[in-house]
Design a protein around this ligand. Sequence first.
Ligand code: COA
Length: 260
Amino acid sequence: MSYANILSEENNSITTITINRPSKLNALNKETINELHDAFKEADLDKNTKVIIVTGSGEKAFVAGADISEFANYNIEEGKILAAKGQELLFNFIENLSTPVIAAINGFALGGGLELAMACHFRMASDHAKMGLPEVSLGVIPGYGGTQRLPQLVGKGRAMELIMTAGMIDADSALSYGLVNHVTTQEELLPFCEKIAGKITRNSSVAISAAIRAVNANFKDGVNGFNTEIQEFGNCFGSDDFTEGTKAFLEKRKADFPGK
Ligand code: COA
C-alpha cells in the first residue's frame, strides 16, 4: 500500500514505519492517523514482520503533536470525537497489537507525539530528543492517552509536573525517569533499534504476543492480570512454537520457530 504521509518498509522481518511530514514536524493530522492505522494493521497481518519500529522523518522531530491547525476551531463534541477516534484507531490499537512495536524517538516527541511513543511497547531516544505534553499551554489536556500512560511509565508526581508545566525533558532525563529504555546518538538510533528488534525476531512470536496481552492486562480495569497470565501461559503449550522451543533446547540446538 502507498501512503501520502508515511513510509513503510520491511527488511529482515522488521517493518519500519516513518511518519513523513517533516515540514510540519510530522504533526499528526487525521489523514496521517488513518494511514498509520492501516500501516500498523498491514504490518501486524504480514507474516514476514516480527517487529515494528516507528520513527519520524528528518533530524528534528519524531512527532511534534496532533495537528493544531486541524482542531483549533472544534467544539466540545468534536473534541470528544477527536480523542475517542484517535485512541481507537491508533494509540490503543498499537498498545494492543500482537506484534511488538518500538518507538525510535529521533527528535521532538510532544503531545500526540509522546502519546504515540508511549502507546508503543517500549521506547529508545536519540541524545537530542525532547519530550513533553504541552497541551495545557494550548488550553487543552492530552487526549490520546497521555494522562493515563505517562503516570504508568514515570509515576504520578513526575507526570503531574510534566503535564502542568507543559515543559520538555531531554533524553537523559527521560532515561532516568524510565520513559525511554536507551539513549543513543542520532546516527545510531535506528541501527540500535534494529539490533534489539533482531533479538526479538529470534524468539517465538506466539509467546511474544501472549506476553504483550499478559503485561497489558495489568493496566486494564476489572481484569485480573494474574488470571490472564495463567490463561496465556497455558495456551502457549498448544503452540507449535512451544513444541519446537522445548525440543530444540533438549536437542541442544537453536530453535527455528514456525510462528504458530
Ligand atoms: N501542529 C501543526 N503544525 C505544527 C505542529 C503541530 N503540533 N508543530 C509544528 N508545526 C508546524 C509549524 O506550524 C511550522 O509550520 P509552518 O512552517 O507552515 O509555519 C512547522 O511545523 C515548523 O515548526 P516551527 O514552530 O516553525 O519550528 P520551531 O523549531 O520554531 O519549534 C516546536 C519547534 C516543536 C517547539 C514548535 O513547533 C511547537 O511548539 N510545536 C507545537 C508543539 C505542541 O504544542 N504539540 C502539542 C499539540 S496538542
